[in-house]
Design a protein around this ligand. Structure first.
Ligand code: GLC
Length: 448
């Protein structure tokens, strides 16, 4: 059955002819197609084989494979296969866009980053979840808002991420209360005999991780990418101060190493775990593996706190995380939803927190004693951090905005352009993008 003809958002050029049916069968066929594609169509279908895709590195890969095996055992009518995709958010995005542009129904389940849902929903690439009767009130509000587009929920939040400042407590016993205190403490610890080579490490390669890092400096100085009216705010004085701080106080003065502009989460973690950095910006997942004395030189010697603020702004943590959505071209949407419901159920979320330190998106679980066993940041602190975290702009053109910003941030950090000039260039290109795509109205009121 060709499900491309219904419920898929705007049809691709040339697709209309494929859907033409003889008039006499039209009504009956439409009813059948709707039943098949409204999220219930594969109900009772024997032997659905569906593919789950996502990043599945190391312990995360072992866990997801275990949960899928268990699901397969519990549901003999569905066989789920795991398709590993890149861990780098930007690479995974590119891969999904290629598949979905080609209208490929495999993988059936997509692991979306916190900022992709509006784009995928507006393109008609993922199914609205309403027909499956999810319970959005059980999840953190911000994570549901990030997955809602045009009033419809399109994905279920799987885990929540929040940016944290990791600190070597043997070198810097108290948490820095401002960014300038952070820079001073980093410099002091590096200057000690045998002190770490690097003051602070972060995600600086030209990919989405750089923007999550930047959002925290931006907020620290009181800046935003878009203001509350949807106007581009990225070249305002606060943003210029944020980039200037990163360039002059951290990157340019070698408190952050030159290599940091090629690093992702794991490179930063290895540097910190090997004892080479005083501070690290990273997600909660890094906490647990670094406490393993067999692997880590800093076990027992680190703590986390929020990234500090700066004059004119406030301490800011980027909201990240992943959600699960159904490929709109899947032939087994109902089976796909059953797996999504399973993976986002309380038991699997607790197991995920225990195995890989990724936090549940269900606030009720933070009072569950099983979660208290997780070797990670205290639960109350984690819950507050997630509730107060700063989302990235909720718009279908987010990925393009982010790419523009990534390029200009690199130019500013390596001194190819002054911060003001680089941010002016970014603002001009983002403005043109908003106009070209007709997003002016839609970006209003949904942004940071
Ligand atoms: C983490 C976050 C995600 C973010 C990405 C950037 O995976 O959960 O939201 O975009 O890191 O590298």
């Amino acid at each position: 059955m060709n499900c491309d003809c219904v419920n898929r958002g705007p049809p691709a050029a040339g697709s209309v002819g494929r859907c033409r049916l003889p008039a006499v069968t039209l009504v009956v066929a439409a009813a059948l197609i709707l039943t098949a594609c409204d999220g219930r169509g594969d109900a009772g279908r024997q032997g659905s084989v569906i593919k789950f895709s996502g990043s599945a590195l190391g312990a995360e890969g072992t866990l997801v494979a275990r949960q899928i095996d268990r699901f397969n055992g519990l549901h003999p009518d569905i066989q789920v296969e795991l398709q590993r995709t890149p861990d780098d958010a930007t690479q995974r995005h590119q891969l999904y866009v290629q598949w979905l542009n080609a209208r490929v129904g495999n993988p059936d389940i997509l692991m979306l980053d916190a900022i992709w849902t509006p784009e995928f929903a507006a393109a008609g690439w993922i199914l609205p979840l309403r027909p499956f009767a999810p319970a959005p009130a059980d999840f953190f509000r911000a994570t549901i808002e990030a997955n809602t587009w045009a009033g419809e929920l399109y994905a279920l939040p799987w885990f929540a991420d929040v940016g944290l400042l990791y600190r070597r407590i043997d070198l810097v016993p108290t948490e820095p209360r401002s960014l300038s205190e952070l820079a001073t403490a980093a410099r002091g610890a590096m200057a000690r005999p045998g002190g770490p080579r690097y003051g602070i490490v972060w995600q600086g390669a030209r990919y989405e991780g750089l923007i999550t890092t930047f959002i925290e400096y931006l907020g620290a100085f009181g800046g935003r990418i878009l203001d509350e009216n949807g106007q581009v705010a990225i070249n305002r004085p606060e943003a210029v101060r944020a980039v200037t701080f990163m360039r002059d106080q951290l990157y340019g003065s070698r408190i952050a190493p030159l290599e940091v502009l090629t690093w992702h989460e794991e490179e930063a973690r290895f540097a910190f775990q090997n004892g080479n950095a005083v501070f690290m910006r990273n997600w909660p997942y890094a906490y647990e593996p670094m406490s393993d004395t067999a692997e880590s030189r800093v076990a027992g010697k680190y703590a986390v706190s929020p990234m500090p603020g700066a004059p004119g702004g406030r301490s800011t943590a980027a909201l990240g995380g992943a959600q699960l959505a159904i490929n709109a071209y899947s032939e087994s949407p109902r089976a796909a939803y059953r797996l999504i419901a399973y993976l986002t159920a309380p038991e699997q979320m607790i197991e995920r927190a225990q195995a890989v330190g990724q936090y549940p998106t269900r606030p009720a679980l933070y009072d569950d004693p099983r979660l208290a066993a997780v070797r990670s940041i205290p639960l109350e602190q984690a819950k507050r951090a997630i509730e107060n975290a700063t989302p990235r702009p909720v718009t279908p053109i987010y990925t393009e905005m982010s790419e523009i910003l990534q390029i200009e941030l690199h130019r500013a950090l390596v001194r190819q352009a002054e911060p003001q000039a680089a941010l002016d260039a970014a603002a001009k290109r983002i403005d043109a993008l908003i106009d070209r795509t007709g997003m002016r109205k839609l970006t209003q009121g949904t942004t940071r």
